[in-house]
Design a protein around this ligand. Structure first.
Ligand code: GLU
Length: 215
């Protein structure tokens, strides 16, 4: 189990994600991380242990798109490298993930045959690289995410971002993912309390549904 949250649309997004993670920490607390969009692309902070106040200046007040994860490890030790978000080889795609990729070894081997390399011990990194594989083919981030998820066996909820698109892509199958409709901003989260200070309007995603939050 773990907690995931994403937000897009208004400034201070990384701070909203941090506050949301505090509400989700009951779902997992061995490590945590936040990725957010900035003029430098995607910036990330990751830590092991319980949530602690990020160092001053490490989160960006001007960022309008961010996502975060509080982990309860299933694949790979509790290390900063294994904490989420995880990146694809190009570093252009970031993902947070709740659940288990049952066929991750098979998928990892087939990606290695296609010259992908792996920096972590997690099953999650396989999803990031699968999205990149299909993105190279389609140049369509949403379609690439959909195609990657079709290859995955097991229960999951994910949120993914691409450095060049104004959107967050979320999907679930057997693990919870809810959407919050705020005032000019939209949320994904494992559980409603993560965004309750901003909205009470909620959509529950069904299994095998994919949603795109953006313009
Ligand atoms: N399987 C992933 C990992 O070990 C996600 C675990 C979770 O749901 O926290 O990193």
């Amino acid at each position: 189990m773990c907690g995931i949250i994403g937000v897009i649309g208004q400034n201070n997004a990384p701070f909203k994600v941090f506050a949301g993670l505090k509400k989700l920490e009951y779902r997992g607390y061995d490590s945590w991380g936040i990725s957010f969009k900035s003029c430098n692309g995607i910036e990330t902070i990751k830590k092991t242990g319980h949530l602690t106040q990020p160092e001053k200046g490490s989160l960006n007040h001007n960022s309008y798109c961010a996502m975060g994860h509080t982990r309860w490890a299933t694949h790979g030790k509790v290390t900063v490298e294994n904490a989420h978000p995880h990146f694809s080889n190009s570093k252009e795609i970031a993902i947070i993930h709740n659940g288990i990729v049952e066929n991750f070894e098979e998928l990892k081997n087939s990606l290695k045959e296609k010259s992908f390399s792996f920096l972590t011990e997690t099953d999650t990194e396989v999803i990031a690289n699968l999205i990149e594989l299909f993105f190279r083919e389609t140049k369509d981030f949403v379609q690439a995410t959909r195609m990657a998820l079709q290859k995955i066996e097991g229960n999951y909820a994910i949120v993914a971002m691409h450095k060049d698109t104004f959107e967050l892509v979320g999907a679930g199958n057997g693990s919870p993912l809810v959407i919050g409709i705020g005032d000019k901003e939209l949320f994904f989260a494992s559980d409603v309390p993560a965004f309750l200070p901003y909205t009470k309007k909620v959509i529950y995603l069904n299994d095998n549904e994919l949603a795109v939050l953006g313009k």
